[in-house]
Design a protein around this ligand. Structure first.
Ligand SMILES: [Zn+2]
Length: 182
């Protein structure tokens, strides 16, 4: 039955991402989002370590095996993850293109909404980002600043006022496109 449970969680998450991606002006990316979750490698591990849809099975697989096959498969194929772009050979991590940053924002918000359900508040993502993700994220500082400002705006003004292409582009340009601006 974990098969059905996990399928529901994935579809719920994809639906949330899709709705947000329409607001962000990237409906096609929203539609294609996380398709690799339907691959055997990702799906089978996530069914095995299913957490009743309350949290991701990936950390549980890591605890059990020392690594998550699903995650390694996923991050190598999905450009909306910071980890896709991480390259230990470069001095400074790259600036991730705007469309994937938009998808990343939709993904992170949707994950919170999916896992938290009724307990989700507009402050949730900023709190989560600041306490659990920000310091450890191996990415360019400009990308961190972009995400911090987006989630700050969500916490202050809500999703509808923050998540639209114009506003996201403005924030992206402020931190990630400095050279193009002047
Ligand atoms: Zn993903």
């Amino acid at each position: 039955m974990n098969f059905v449970g996990h399928l529901k969680t994935v579809l719920k998450h994809k639906w949330q991402v899709f709705k947000l991606s329409i607001k962000a002006g990237i409906p096609l990316r929203g539609l294609m989002h996380d398709l690799s979750k339907f691959s055997y490698t990702e799906f089978s591990e996530s069914v095995k370590y299913y957490q009743q849809g309350k949290r991701s099975p990936i950390p549980v697989a890591r605890e059990e095996n020392g690594y998550s096959k699903a995650w390694l498969h996923h991050k190598g194929r999905n450009k909306h993850h910071l980890e896709y772009w991480y390259d230990r050979e470069v001095k400074e991590q790259p600036i991730i293109p705007f469309k994937y940053c938009e998808e990343m924002v939709c993904d992170k918000l949707a994950a919170g909404i999916t896992y938290k359900g009724k307990e989700w508040t507009k402050e949730f993502e900023l709190e989560y980002w600041n306490t659990k993700e920000r310091d450890r994220a191996d990415t360019n500082e400009a990308i961190k600043d972009f995400l911090t400002e987006v989630f700050t705006q969500v916490s202050e003004n809500g999703i509808d006022k923050t998540i639209n292409k114009k506003n996201l582009k403005k924030i992206y340009d402020k931190y990630c496109n400095k050279t193009n601006n002047n």
